[in-house]
Design a protein around this ligand. Structure first.
Ligand SMILES: C[S@@+](CC[C@H](N)C(=O)[O-])C[C@H]1O[C@@H](n2cnc3c(N)ncnc32)[C@H](O)[C@@H]1O
Length: 444
């Protein structure tokens, strides 16, 4: 790490901010893109395309330098004693606003507003509580109070009008957030357990694993699928980073089994760019039923690719029964939900279906080593790993950790390649099944 990163000066950071802000502003002006603003007409996504790596790098530098400048200016004491604790109050108040669907009842026309009293009637929340919750949000630029007693949208509050974005906030604030609050309790109670039942989130969910909890509350299955759809189509989690850079044609005409494929969104996206591939999407019975309904309601334009996608209920701990037609088995963001011993069991359950030369694709984040990526990325990847610990007692894995899981499952899994596209959180690890390897070993 450069000393300018560990010991930056206020002016040096301000200059870096100015330099990158000018680059981005010139680009936005030249391309006639909408200017970023807090106002309700503002774009919901920073108006620079994801695949413009140069502009995204300028943006990342601007965010990084801005955060460093803010943290230095606050000073360590104010940052840790005030800024960090206040941030979870903002998160809580956002969760309340989202839960009561307040955004849907605030008029969206530019310049229009609604009184607290009228809003209280519409959302069914006591006016005093509503006012206090919303004023935390307005201080965070989610909604605004242009006149005392009246509420209007900002660009940020309009995010909650997207049902998938709202599902994501609901999943985070009504499920994940509860687990974050129980980490200390879980550490005391379960010490160094790596059991999926003994997590901070399980403590918050009456001892149930997240998947058990979902199974008993079907509408939350739908919300989780919607939340995944949202997060997988934005920013670093956008599945297109990997899908559009991977060579799907090399498999020829074949069937891909997407194990734990949720509502089939990833399979359908791949089917669009890979006309040679058919997909079987496997998931828990509740999700599979939901997915089938979602497919039926698809736009005609989506149907061409979704026709090549079928659904099957399958528990991935049970032996894989799709064999023969299928030569590729894909697991996207599956094994990161499981501690090593369970991830190994999941892969062992695949082995009976494999023929020599079949491919296993692990479509997963490959965790970078500390201090090898900009702090802005480091924050995200470490938070993701911490979340996996709270939720499933599982880790986000480095490449070496992935290799250990594969070796633990079966020595006949042979590493072929891995990569993480620029700007992507997801990576791809390609593995080939070498069915003759064990026999060779046996002859020795
Ligand atoms: C993090 S999600 C990933 C979903 C999908 N692959 C994607 O990338 O959007 C994990 C998925 O695993 C599924 N799942 C959990 N336990 C399962 C099991 N025992 N058998 C099959 N699927 C399971 C969940 O229902 C969920 O859809």
């Amino acid at each position: 790490m450069q000393s300018s990163e560990t010991n930056p000066s206020l002016v040096g950071l301000a200059e870096e901010i100015t330099k990158n802000a000018k680059v981005l502003d010139a680009y936005i002006t030249e391309k006639r893109l909408p200017k970023p603003t807090f106002a309700s007409e503002g774009p919901l996504v920073f108006p620079v395309p994801q695949d413009d790596h140069e502009m995204q790098a300028a943006r990342l530098s601007l965010i990084g330098a801005s955060r460093s400048l803010l943290e230095l200016t606050l000073g360590p004491l104010q940052r840790l004693n005030l800024e960090v604790p206040t941030s979870f109050q903002f998160a809580s108040a956002l969760g309340v606003a989202n839960h009561f669907r307040i955004a849907e009842h605030v008029p969206t026309d530019s310049g229009s507003e609604i009184s607290f009293e009228d809003l209280s009637q519409k959302v069914g929340l006591d006016v005093n509580r509503l006012k206090r919750v919303l004023r935390v949000n307005t201080a965070n630029r989610v909604f605004t109070e242009p006149h005392i007693g009246y509420i209007a949208h900002t660009a940020a509050s309009k995010v909650m009008l997207d049902p998938d974005a709202s599902a994501w906030i609901g999943h985070q604030m009504e499920e994940i957030y509860k687990g974050s609050a129980r980490v200390i309790d879980a550490f005391h109670k379960y010490e160094n357990s790596d059991d999926v039942n003994e997590t901070a989130l399980a403590l918050a969910l009456d001892g149930r694993t997240y998947w058990d909890y979902l199974e008993r509350e079907p509408w939350k299955v739908q919300r989780f699928a919607d939340a995944l759809r949202y997060v997988s189509s934005h920013g670093r989690e956008d599945i297109r980073h990997v899908i559009e850079t991977f060579d799907w044609h090399k498999f020829g005409k074949t069937t891909v089994v997407d194990v734990g494929g949720s509502s089939g969104r990833v399979a359908i996206s791949i089917a669009k760019v890979a006309p040679n591939l058919n997909f079987i999407v496997q998931d828990l019975p509740e999700l599979t039923a939901t997915a089938k309904k979602m497919i039926e309601s698809k736009e005609p334009s989506e149907l061409e690719s979704s026709n090549r996608v079928t659904f099957q209920a399958h528990d991935f701990f049970q032996p894989q029964h799709v064999r023969g037609d299928a030569t590729v088995y894909m697991y996207r963001q599956i094994l990161h939900d499981w501690p090593d011993k369970d991830a190994i069991s999941i892969l062992k359950a695949l082995v009976p279906a494999l023929n020599d030369g079949d491919t296993l694709l692990l479509f997963e984040a490959i965790q970078p080593l500390p201090n090898t990526v900009p702090n802005e990325i480091e924050r995200l990847v470490r938070a993701a790993d911490y979340l996996m610990m709270q939720k499933h007692n599982s880790p986000e894995r480095t490449l070496d950790m992935w290799m250990d899981v594969l070796a633990g499952a079966d020595p006949r899994f042979e590493y072929v390649s891995h990569y993480t596209p620029p700007g992507s959180n997801d990576g791809m690890i390609e593995v080939r099944w070498n069915g003759t390897k064990k026999e060779d070993k046996g002859k020795k």
